[in-house]
Design a protein around this ligand. Structure first.
Ligand code: SME
Length: 163
């Protein structure tokens, strides 16, 4: 079993450097996309404070995201591209950082406790594969530093996993 230690870091960039290093170790030697998504969701949920949901949605057709491995409460299974925070990250091919989900038109409330959200698209060779989705019970939980950290984790996941 891979050992994961508690992350002690003075600041957010240091925290994400350490989290990325732990994720590299965790995914090393395994290229199965579902297994890696499952372990990465568990690592994130365990290591990152103030989250109530962390996980993946995968594009199963051009029009729809389907729920993948996650940690947190049960979630909506299918999200149309262009809908909600996840669907807009796919349609716009960019990360969406939402400080107040109640103010986001079309936000899909899976867990009523969610107050802010960060969604990072998974992109391989210019094609969107899905998203990494993080929810927090605190408003404004995610900063640009969190976004940069999770974008690095998403890139690691894509590079470390077979299509
Ligand atoms: N809130 C998301 C839906 C997924 S759940 O948060 C797990 C959205 O608006 O796309």
């Amino acid at each position: 079993m891979h050992h994961i230690g508690k992350i002690e870091a003075a600041d957010k960039p240091g925290f994400y450097r350490e989290l990325l290093a732990q994720a590299e170790g965790l995914l090393h030697g395994e290229r199965d996309a579902i297994a890696n998504a499952a372990n990465l969701a568990a690592l994130i949920f365990d290591a990152v404070e103030d989250l109530n949901w962390a996980g993946f949605y995968f594009l199963k057709s051009e029009r729809e995201l389907v729920l993948g491995p996650f940690q947190g409460k049960v979630a909506c299974v299918r999200i149309p591209v262009g809908k909600g925070v996840c669907g807009s990250a796919v349609a716009e091919r960019r990360s969406r950082r939402v400080e107040d989900v109640d103010a986001f038109p079309g936000h899909i409330a899976c867990d009523a406790a969610s107050r802010s959200e960060l969604v990072v698209p998974l992109i391989r060779d210019g094609a969107v594969l899905g998203v990494l989705d993080l929810d927090s019970p605190s408003p404004g939980r995610f900063t640009p530093e969190d976004q940069a950290g999770f974008e690095a984790l998403a890139a690691l996941y894509v590079a470390a996993s077979d299509p």
